[in-house]
Design a protein around this ligand. Sequence first.
Ligand code: ADP
Ligand code: MG
Length: 243
Amino acid sequence: MIEVQKASKQFGELNALHEVDWSVQEGEWWGIIGPNGSGKSTLLRLLSGTEQASSGEVLIRGKAASSYERKQLSQMLAVLQQDGLPPVHYPVKDVLEMGRYPFQNWLGQELGNDPEDLIEGIMDKLDLRLLAKRPLDELSGGQRQRVALGQVMVQQPQILLLDEPTTYLDLRYQHQFMELVGNWRKESGITVIAVLHDLNLAAQFCDKLLVLQDGQVTGSGTPQEMLTAEHIRRVYGVEPVIV
Ligand code: ADP
Ligand code: MG
């Protein structure tokens, strides 16, 4: 699904990423972990085509991410940021429908789905039905992030990129959010890549982890392989706390 080959990204003198090799199979859930400034968000931006690698390759389905037309790429891939949606005064259902706008003119039929049914189904899955008419800016952070997830689900992407999606959520909502993503993945076979701060969440929900430090990959594999005391100590420079 995704092949990253010796990808580097420089900002002036700074090597934000250095010769990153990584390969993601369809349907996998990857977590990207590593300290602040280790290049996690930069790597996501290379995947989403918002930035181009200085050297190396970033291929999605065998084609350079940066060579896709915006429209094509947004059919395939959706991005959710940590702060989700701006607190606008629109009803939840309208916000979900907005996820559909870029697709209506040129993709409506291909999807073979009535957007109305799709949106109703998503509201059920995310437990948003009772909130459908409530304005977004009156919801709690956890509810708002659920709407943000709904808006990307409406796009029916094949790849979901999440950048620290649970940062502003309390523990219960962090788990709820990750579980909702997990359910969606099970149902749809979507490929998920999530930058995560919380190593417990990463261990609990991801199949595989990519670990970055100063723009370089220090390892990739199962959470069990990656989250050894020795590796955490080396990458984060702290003693791991086992809970
Ligand atoms: P992370 O998401 O792991 O915290 P980032 O990918 O945001 O790290 O950043 C990696 C490094 O690249 C940091 O040192 C950051 O300051 C730098 N960086 C990121 N984006 C830019 C940019 N547009 N211009 C200059 N430096 C940047
Ligand atoms: Mg970041």
